[in-house]
Design a protein around this ligand. Structure first.
Ligand code: FNR
Length: 185
């Protein structure tokens, strides 16, 4: 199974990127996770949506080819970062590659709520007509106090969080597989 991860942070030492790397490494035998770069995407412009840049075309193709999308996002001012919304706006137009494609959401912050507000907005956005991406209810991954949960090399080291991610993965992966099978019939 091929999943793409879209990380909402473009920061070099992003905690959310580190969570995505954990997902890539820990479940390498369950699914292939490719982490996409949204930092090079131009600002969405409706005048250019039918003739987008090579970065946009390649980004959309990678999402189109994936069986599901793992969103790993920070919270900026109680919502998702603008860079992430920009990427989503590109995905929502013309070929609308997200329609019917399963989404899986998680996020990390240094605060207590672990991006809960941003995730609520992201879920709402993903239900917009141009995206119409199904989500498995429950299985919300809000990683608070993330700076206390990494080892000195930046690997996720908190046993409770690792175990919780194991449980969520056990729930979500069969669901994505099932979505794929159903869509092909
Ligand atoms: C933040 N941060 C933040 N944290 C939070 O829990 N709720 C919030 O509303 C905000 N707002 C916010 C706005 C802006 C502009 C910045 C730069 C930061 C803090 C944020 O969680 C922290 O910087 C994370 O480390 C960002 O995620 P990455 O880059 O580490 O993945």
């Amino acid at each position: 199974m091929n999943i793409v991860a879209i990380v909402g942070s473009t920061r070099q030492d992003s905690y959310n990127y580190k969570i995505a790397k954990h997902m890539e490494k820990r479940y390498a035998d369950r699914f292939n996770l490719k982490i996409l770069n949204i930092g090079d995407l131009p600002f969405y412009n409706q005048d250019k949506e039918n003739t987008p840049s090579q970065e946009v075309t390649a980004f959309k193709k990678k999402v189109e080819d994936a069986d599901g999308v793992l969103w790993v996002t920070p919270e900026y001012n109680a919502t998702i970062p603008g860079a992430l919304k920009n990427a989503i706006d590109w995905l929502s137009r013309v070929d609308q590659v997200m329609i019917g494609k399963p989404s899986w959401i998680m996020g990390a912050s240094m605060g207590a709520l672990g991006t809960a507000k941003a995730q609520a907005h992201l879920r709402d956005i993903l239900f917009a007509p141009g995206l119409s991406s199904p989500l498995l209810p429950g299985n919300e991954v809000c990683i608070g106090q993330v700076h206390t949960k990494l080892d000195e090399d930046g690997n996720l080291a908190d046993e409770d969080t690792i175990a919780f991610l194991d449980t969520v993965t056990d729930n979500v992966i069969p669901w994505i597989e099932n979505q794929r099978t159903t869509a092909k019939i």
